[in-house]
Ligand binder design. Structure first.
Ligand code: ZN
Length: 77
């Protein structure tokens, strides 16, 4: 299981589950490759939370779940 290391993992915080963060490695601006692209499209704020202005529910779900490891789901291995 991936361990979150500040500065080395993406700073995106999901709005599904409060304090869970994306576990992908940082690409640039503190975001992983996926969330960096969303940030550059103004779908994520600089602070690492999803934009309230993003109204596409499918896209919100995609962004909110990318790289997130939910502790209540059994993790293989
Ligand atoms: Zn990420």
């Amino acid at each position: 299981m991936a361990i979150a290391i500040p500065g080395f993992t993406c700073k995106f915080r999901t709005s599904c589950g409060g304090v869970l963060r994306c576990q992908d490695p940082v690409e640039d601006h503190g975001f992983c490759e996926f969330h960096l692209e969303a940030f550059l499209r103004n779908e994520i704020a600089e602070s690492g939370v999803i934009s309230d202005r993003l109204s596409d529910q499918e896209r919100r779900r995609e962004i909110n779940y990318h790289g997130i490891v939910f502790p209540d789901i059994p993790y293989p291995g």
